[in-house]
Design a protein around this ligand. Structure first.
Ligand code: 5GP
Ligand code: MG
Length: 211
């Protein structure tokens, strides 16, 4: 059966892009090799422990949803997903307002005793989001806890924060696309990009426009 490849026309948000940091093919290749490392480490870990365990991924919503969707399809082990929703950039903010757990979203159980967790976030910036998430998870008494991020910014707090897996190191700039937003837009861009300065000005035409 012939399946037509969908043709994606230019998007109305394309003119807002200043530069492409990583294109979709580069992202796909790096996600695949990161998954390979996670799978190799997991195999070594479970062999050393002499037991067949399941892995539980805990993606932090919303920004990591595309990353985690691609990542899990490259992971071969038995795994489950528990969602955690934390937001630090409400609306049009481009600097962190401090991480807040979004009540009612996510499906984190009160106990994760004995679980082997892999916490997944989109970007490591100040480290406050991951620190809060690690705390929340440790309170639930998992057997093990590792962390993975798609992006890590080049700033001292991010470099000092211990993470097990990093897909890309990036300069200290605001990025969007591949799940990351500005004002909840641009998540659908397939590449990781920087945005033109006009986008951040209050008179930007589509800001706060209805979807
Ligand atoms: P941190 O708590 O490490 O300062 O920030 C992490 C969170 O802030 C990320 O999960 C992400 O949601 C958001 N964030 C940090 N930097 C950026 C950025 O450059 N672009 C976008 N879209 N979100 C960011
Ligand atoms: Mg986030």
């Amino acid at each position: 059966m012939h399946v037509a490849r969908p043709h994606v026309d230019e998007s109305p948000t394309d003119p807002d892009i200043a530069a492409v940091l990583f294109d979709r093919d580069t992202i796909a290749a790096r996600v695949k090799s990161l998954a390979q490392r996670i799978a190799d480490d997991w195999r070594a870990y479970t062999e050393a422990e002499h037991h067949a365990a399941d892995l539980t991924l805990v993606p932090i919503l919303t920004g990591s949803f595309i990353f985690v969707a691609d990542l899990i399809r490259c992971l071969p082990m038995r795994l489950q997903i528990r969602l955690l929703s934390i937001s630090s950039y409400p609306g049009p903010a481009t600097t962190s307002r401090g991480p807040q757990v979004q009540a009612g979203l996510g499906n984190l159980p009160a106990s994760l005793e004995g679980a082997h967790l892999l916490l997944v976030d989109d970007i490591l910036d100040s480290g406050r989001t991951l620190a809060m998430a690690v705390d929340l998870l440790r309170q639930r008494r998992p057997a093990s806890l590792r962390t993975a991020v798609l992006l890590r910014k080049d700033r001292p707090e991010a470099r000092a924060f211990p993470v097990d897996y990093v897909c890309f190191d990036i300069p200290d700039v605001f990025v969007a696309g591949y799940g990351l937003d500005y004002n909840d837009y641009y998540r659908n861009l397939p590449d990781i990009v920087t945005l033109r300065p006009e986008v951040f000005s209050p008179s930007a035409p589509h800001e706060n426009a209805p979807c």
